[in-house]
Design a protein around this ligand. Structure first.
Ligand code: GLY
Length: 596
């Protein structure tokens, strides 16, 4: 069994308040939190782009699966010429930043879970954005201390954190790469210079976000034609600035970004946005570091589900959902049982309550040690009554040596982001989720790429009734994420790599795909194709226009409020099966898998 990542020694020690007071305060605050979180869910900035039936792809030696075929081809070419999984990651990410600019890129951040075939070790790398050193917890509050409206905070320089993706690419290449860095950036550089055809999904995303994308002249000039109409599917888009940026990075490495001209340009741009300036300085770039962290692993049946610990809430929350659900016989209930979905939904609500109370950047805030303790999860499962939705849900009391009173979180996370999985010929595995946060991030462009709005993943409020919110903004801190890049282990061997975009719905997309595959035995592509049913804060989201709508009436009868809506996942997976690699991509996006 792999060890859980969070240890007492990692936790910041703070003055103590008794457990009893923690619980009393917490329960009083819960209802407010649920309303605050749920009220923003109607906004869906990265829109659905239809459903294209996909079938699994099989290979013998190496494989890449990502959200855009041009990016997949860039990674495939690297693997075919003997490049490592990390080499391919560099090529894929450079290409995604060009052809899927709304979801990730050089202006954003990423989490990467890595299995090293030689050492047989799993580890994770945190390339999450950091809050500016000059920022205060009140960054997203008005002069009366009231939280800003979400898009008033997002659009402009204020929401931009220090990007981590370039450093992650460079550090991973230095440590694990075997092909020349400049060669890996070259395909994206050439395509940026020569132009690429705008994909249906990108065209739809531009159309959907026309107003916000028009706010700043250079962003407008890039995503709109000379006559002011948005780019359409098939239009050829050139990005000479992006080509130049990659040429600079190819020659000077990540120093050009963190110590040199590119970072200086970003700082100037962010500070000079007249209607919503930001606080980034060159000191933030100079101080930026990718952090290696132990994988956070949760047992599930005969598997270990391993992923990204804090500042992501991904692996802990996925692990809690699986651990609580595993207390019930979901297998005999089967995937068509509304009772099974009630149990999974209530397990998710319980896990999200803990997430809202306790999970944040553990380099800055204390966190309980026992969030994945099996006894604790069994105790949480005992709250669930099969056939009847929980009437109310609040955070539990996991083992916590030095408990600190915390209020529930107030942060808003909306779906965008991208996921990629790569296996190289030596069996090294990359599972990486990469983001600029909202679709098109802050809508501010510099050097041919969009800048993130990751700081809006912090809670806009810092305290509630005098108690601190764990995910409050602090200088240098990393905002809590839901990204859940995952590697599933079985008997100490890698079994599968999987992940998804989708804001805080990422957690449910990953957890339910794992349940469908590991519990109900569905082939991985079928598990990804299945209609989504998701619960985060109490309202049950059911995927519109699919057979999942059959669960609406029974779930309502059990006491849930049901919301039928688009559920815009972008799952990618590679499974190790009978000596082969099986790749699967989400039919809801443009992804594909390719290998030999
Ligand atoms: N910005 C999406 C996430 O980090 O979860």
């Amino acid at each position: 069994m792999l060890k859980h990542a969070i240890t007492a020694s990692q936790l910041v020690k703070k003055p103590l308040i008794t457990r009893k007071s923690v619980v009393l305060v917490a329960s009083a605050l819960l209802a407010t939190h649920l309303n605050a979180a749920q009220s923003t869910d109607a906004i869906d900035p990265e829109a659905a782009s239809g459903f294209t039936q996909k079938t699994a792809v099989t290979a013998d030696n190496y494989m890449v699966a990502a959200a855009n075929p041009l990016a997949v081809k860039a990674g495939y070419d690297v693997l075919k010429t003997g490049g490592s999984a990390m080499d391919a990651m560099v090529a894929v990410q450079a290409m995604l930043g060009l052809v899927e600019p709304q979801s990730s890129g050089l202006g954003g951040g990423a989490f990467l879970v890595y299995y090293d075939a030689k050492t047989k070790q799993l580890t994770t790398f945190d390339g999450r954005e950091t809050a500016p050193l000059a920022a205060t917890p009140e960054l997203f509050q008005d002069e009366n201390g009231k939280p800003l409206k979400f898009y008033d905070a997002v659009v402009g320089g204020r929401s931009v954190g220090t990007p981590g993706t370039v450093k992650l690419m460079a550090d991973m290449h230095t440590r694990y790469g075997n092909q020349p860095w400049a060669q890996l950036l070259q395909p994206a550089q050439a395509l940026a210079a020569n132009g690429f055809a705008v994909s249906p999904r990108l065209a739809g995303a531009i159309e959907n976000d026309k107003e916000r994308l028009s706010r700043y002249p250079d962003t407008r000039a890039y995503f709109f034609k000379a006559d002011g109409t948005p780019l359409l599917e098939g239009d050829i888009l050139k990005n000479p600035e992006y080509a130049q940026t990659l040429a600079t990075l190819a020659k000077e490495g990540s120093a050009a970004f963190y110590q040199g001209r590119i970072g200086a340009d970003i700082v100037r741009k962010v500070q000079s946005i007249s209607d919503n300036p930001g606080l980034l300085t060159r000191d933030d770039f100079a101080a930026y570091k990718v952090k290696e962290r132990s994988a956070t692993c949760a047992p599930y049946r005969q598997y270990d589900i391993c992923g990204m610990g804090p500042p992501s809430s991904g692996a802990l929350t996925v692990g809690q959902i699986l651990g609580i659900s595993a207390q019930f016989d979901l297998k005999s209930m089967g995937k068509d049982s509304s009772e099974a979905w009630q149990i999974i939904g209530d397990a998710s609500r319980l896990a999200f309550a803990d997430r809202g109370r306790y999970m944040a950047d553990s380099d800055f805030v204390p966190m309980p040690e026992g969030l994945l303790d099996q006894n604790y999860l069994a105790e949480r499962a005992r709250l669930i009554t099969p056939g009847k939705a929980l009437e109310s849900v609040s955070a539990g009391e996991p083992r916590w040596e030095k408990a600190v009173a915390m209020a529930d979180d107030q942060s808003i996370e909306l779906p965008s982001t991208t996921h990629l999985v790569i296996v190289d010929k030596d069996g090294n595995i990359v599972s990486m989720t990469s983001t600029i946060e909202n679709g098109f991030g802050s809508r501010v462009m510099s050097n041919g790429f969009l800048l993130n709005n990751e700081l809006t993943d912090f809670s806009f409020a810092s305290h509630k009734n005098g108690y601190p919110i764990a995910n409050r903004l602090e200088p240098g801190k990393r905002p809590r994420s839901s990204m859940s890049p995952t590697i599933v282990m079985k008997d100490g061997q890698p079994y599968m790599a999987v992940g998804s975009p989708g804001g805080s719905r990422i957690i449910g997309y990953v957890a339910s795909t794992l349940i469908r595959h590991l519990e109900w035995g569905m082939p991985i592509q079928d598990a990804i194709n299945e209609p989504h049913l998701l619960n985060r804060f109490g309202t049950y989201d059911v995927e519109k226009g699919t057979s999942a709508e059959q669960f609406k009436a029974p779930l309502e009868q059990m006491g849930f409020k049901v919301n039928v809506r688009d559920l815009n996942s972008g799952l990618q997976a590679i499974q190790f099966k009978d000596g082969k690699l099986v790749g699967a991509a989400d039919p809801r996006r443009e992804g594909t898998a390719m290998g030999d």
